[in-house]
Design a protein around this ligand. Structure first.
Ligand code: SAH
Ligand code: SF4
Ligand code: F3S
Length: 419
């Protein structure tokens, strides 16, 4: 039985793409391998968003190139594969196949060509996870000046509603309870008749689907209709991920984000009005070209004002070919790092406060699985974005339970079941 091994870097879109390819290989009789050294095909799905992401992928590919079995194939796919193309083969000659992110839709034909004669069969029955991802749109037209994504993923296109519904129905039949709809900018979703809020109303009708999440929304086109849809649909999670990037209007303009901080804050107020118990999370970048200490203080100020539950925080990384790459990157590395640390410290203290404020309160938890280390505990997530541990017998994955938070340990709520 031939074996495959996957290593996935980057965002949830990459995780979803890897899953799709994994299934296609399994339909051709391949089985997952626990170790890369035993695999007949090693697939590395790459990310280009920051230099570090590329470095990590390259190191990993180099390791696989050395340790792989004699005749094993090494495939490099995804965003770095798109950016560097066959140049990658020149850097690491052991690479057999490079498939860029823009060609991910052609994967069927590519696999067919690579593995001719492999008979295609129905996927063997396997137990599904309780949660899963479903891409609803791909690509991005926003061209934020720092970002490589529009170049490597190509222009926006939406997947037809019917197709999305079928994919979700199938997953639900296999035991999936919660779906996260994915897109670089889901608010741009439009399949001619249906916009993103309408897509949510339609998907909410799928029987057996218990919870719906989505990511990411761009503030410039996140509107009242969407927020109202979240409030009106009981299956919607109470979580809005709304990347702000910066608190300074000067920097936001240089980033081509198409909103000013006051507009962003108005949006946050609207979310808090419709969804008072919702978790709001974000992405923030420090050290963009031209960022002064004053600009950075404005970011800190905004973070204090919004009080995000959690945030992904990054130091700016120059991406060749983007507009910002031609701006003078005049913030020294040490300053970037010290700003990042200051921001992380601030956000960590806010996160801790928010978590400890829910201690004593009730919440609704979807159980996703059993914790490996301490098998007394079951893992789950509340309706927002908070991770939860529940200690209880007679639970199983997929159950939705009412629990009470008894303690918070950093970024996890320890809960007990309310009978
Ligand atoms: N489409 C999503 C973001 C995808 S990239 C959105 O618009 O929200 C995820 C995050 O990586 C971004 O929100 C940004 O904070 C960060 N990022 C993107 N390019 C970056 C760069 N060149 N340097 C540092 N961080 C970057
Ligand atoms: Fe990148 Fe901006 Fe598009 Fe997000 S919206 S993927 S940050 S260009
Ligand atoms: Fe990275 Fe590509 Fe996602 S660049 S963040 S894997 S879209």
């Amino acid at each position: 039985m031939p074996l495959f091994y996957f290593q996935t870097f980057g965002c949830q879109m990459n995780v979803a793409d890897s899953e799709q390819i994994r299934k296609k290989l399994m339909m051709r009789g391949f089985k997952p391998s626990l170790s890369p050294d035993k695999a007949d095909i090693i697939v590395v799905n790459t990310c280009s968003v920051r230099e570090n992401a590329e470095i990590r992928a390259r190191v990993k590919i180099g390791e696989f190139a050395k340790s792989k079995k004699e005749n094993a194939s090494l495939w490099v796919i995804g965003c770095m594969a798109e950016r560097l193309g066959d140049k990658l083969k020149r850097i690491i000659p052991e690479i057999d196949l490079v498939i860029g992110a823009k060609r991910i839709d052609e994967i069927d034909g590519i696999i067919e060509k690579q593995l001719p004669g492999c008979v295609c069969s129905k996927l063997p029955e396997t137990e599904s996870n309780v949660t899963d991802f479903v891409p609803v749109m791909r690509g991005c037209n926003n061209y934020c000046t720092y970002c490589i994504v529009p170049y490597v993923r190509g222009p926006e296109h939406s997947i037809p509603v019917g197709e999305i519904e079928n994919v979700i129905r199938e997953k639900v039949t296999n035991g999936v309870k919660e779906i996260t709809l994915l897109g670089q900018n889901v608010n741009s979703y439009n399949d001619h008749e249906t916009d993103f809020p309408d897509l949510l109303y339609k998907i909410a009708n799928i029987k057996g689907l218990e919870r719906i999440r989505f990511t990411t929304s761009h503030p410039k086109d996140c509107n009242e209709k969407l927020i109202r849809a979240i409030a009106e649909i009981p299956k919607m999670s109470r979580h809005v991920h709304l990347p702000v990037q910066a608190g300074s209007d000067k920097i936001l303009k240089m980033m081509n984000r198409n909103y000013e901080s006051f507009q962003y804050l108005e949006l946050v107020d609207m979310i808090k009005k419709y969804l008072p118990d919702a978790d709001i999370t974000t992405d923030i970048m420090v050290g963009f070209p031209g960022e002064t200490d004053k600009d950075f203080r404005e970011t800190l100020q905004l973070v204090k004002q919004v009080r995000y539950t959690t945030a992904f925080m990054f130091a700016y990384s120059v991406r060749e070919g983007t507009e910002a790459a031609s701006m003078v990157d005049n913030v020294p590395k040490e300053i970037k790092i010290s700003r990042l640390n200051e921001l992380i410290n601030l956000q960590t203290s806010i996160t801790k406060e928010i978590y400890s404020n829910v201690v004593g309160k009730e919440c609704e938890v979807l159980i996703t699985g059993q914790q490996k280390k301490r098998d007394r505990f079951w893992m789950g997530q509340d309706k927002g974005c908070k991770k939860v541990l529940v200690s209880c017998n007679s639970i199983k994955a997929g159950m939705i339970l009412k629990v009470r938070a008894v303690r918070s340990s950093g970024m996890t709520l320890i809960c007990e079941r309310i009978v």
